[in-house]
Design a protein around this ligand. Structure first.
Ligand SMILES: [Ca+2]
Ligand SMILES: [Ca+2]
Length: 354
């Protein structure tokens, strides 16, 4: 589908306005930097400046998401105004670049266990097929259920792991028996833990496809990876590549930002028109129709139980901001939860200095 130059231009104007706001903040702070006579504090000061710029970028992203909320009937896709990557742009004394990823296109591991602390068999089936699609061991799914579920009984069908498995580790530790706060916790789960090369590889393979969000999120079929779409039912195991709605293979970059929209090109309205049709699904019913496949001469639609796990919109986003300031580099990640009224709350935020 052809990209819409008008929309892109609008987006870039907003980016420029947002950066002007950021630059103003930096300029004020620059003056205080210059008044410092103690040079050895310069590094800390730069980090403070970078953090201030990152914070402005986070607010800018939240504002973009808020504007988007009523724009397209709760549809979120890579065609939306929040989905562009911002190329390195100058701010006073440094540069800023960044992007926003939708997180509801990933499998939320906390959905594996329901509100009563008991395994959700429908979610477990999807997760096991996702492991299949990634050629990972299905036992990881049962170990993960045990890590989250409230009891201390290992899953019956094998692969489960409760307290006795973890106290045998060196050093010993306990399973959380509750939701994951971050996907980095997966490195403690049986099958993904320890110094074993296969476990480390399995963790790294799985990480781009999963997320740890509050329980009850729906999978956005407009931003889900081909692997996750393939995992929705046995019938779809080879259909993810045709069903996904990414205009490029951008899901493989997560959480790296893509190449930024060229500001000059976008302002002149010159954008790439040679893009394959990946128009977003406007409803879950649209997706169900597109994913209905013929099996043994009969049309088989996605079962209702799976349909109920899906959405065409998103409530959770990862904002990435890369800041260079005075020779210091900082990457800040913020997990935003957008409410129905468009306002976002920050669920988590972390920074990496490099
Ligand atoms: Ca258990
Ligand atoms: Ca447990």
């Amino acid at each position: 589908m052809m990209q819409r130059p008008g929309k892109q231009t609008g987006v870039v104007m907003l980016v420029v306005l947002g950066i002007v706001a950021v630059t103003t903040i930096s300029a004020v702070n620059m003056q205080s930097t210059q008044s410092l006579t103690v040079r050895r504090f310069q590094g800390y000061q730069n980090i403070d400046q970078a953090a201030a710029i990152a914070s402005a970028a986070e607010r800018f992203a939240a504002a973009t998401l808020s504007r988007d909320a009523p724009e397209d009937d709760a549809i979120d896709s890579r065609e939306d105004s929040w989905a562009i990557s911002i190329p390195p742009l100058p701010v006073a004394g440094g540069t800023i670049s960044g992007c926003v990823y939708d997180l509801d296109g990933h499998f939320n591991v906390n959905n594996l266990v329901d509100a009563n602390g008991v395994v959700d068999t429908e979610q477990l089936a999807v997760f096991m097929r996702l492991l299949d699609a990634l050629t990972l061991d299905r036992d990881i799914a049962r170990a993960l259920v045990d890590w989250i579920d409230s009891d201390s009984e290992p899953q019956l069908e094998g692969g489960g792991a409760e307290l006795e498995t973890y106290v045998a580790q060196d050093p010993p530790y306990r399973p959380a028996n509750g939701p994951l706060v971050s996907t980095t916790e997966l490195r403690q789960v049986h099958g993904l833990n320890g110094r074993d090369k296969d476990a480390i590889e399995a963790y790294e393979t799985l990480l781009p496809y999963v997320v740890a969000l509050p329980r009850g999120t729906l999978i956005n079929v407009n931003t889900a990876s081909p692997e996750l779409l393939s995992a929705l039912s046995d019938n779809l195991s080879s259909h993810g590549d045709t069903l996904h709605r990414w205009p490029d293979d951008g899901w493989t970059r997560y959480p790296q930002c893509g190449e930024g929209v060229d500001v000059a090109d976008a302002l002149s309205g010159s954008v790439d028109e040679d893009v394959e049709d990946r128009s977003p699904y406007e409803s879950v019913e649209d997706f169900v129709a597109a994913s209905t496949v013929e099996v043994d001469g009969e049309n088989q639609a996605l079962p209702d139980a799976v349909k109920n796990l899906l959405s065409v919109g998103s409530s959770h986003f990862l904002v990435r901001a890369d800041i260079e300031f005075g020779g210091s580099f900082m990457t800040q990640y913020s997990v935003l939860q957008r409410a129905d009224d468009g306002r976002s709350a920050v669920l988590r935020r972390w920074q990496a200095l490099n």
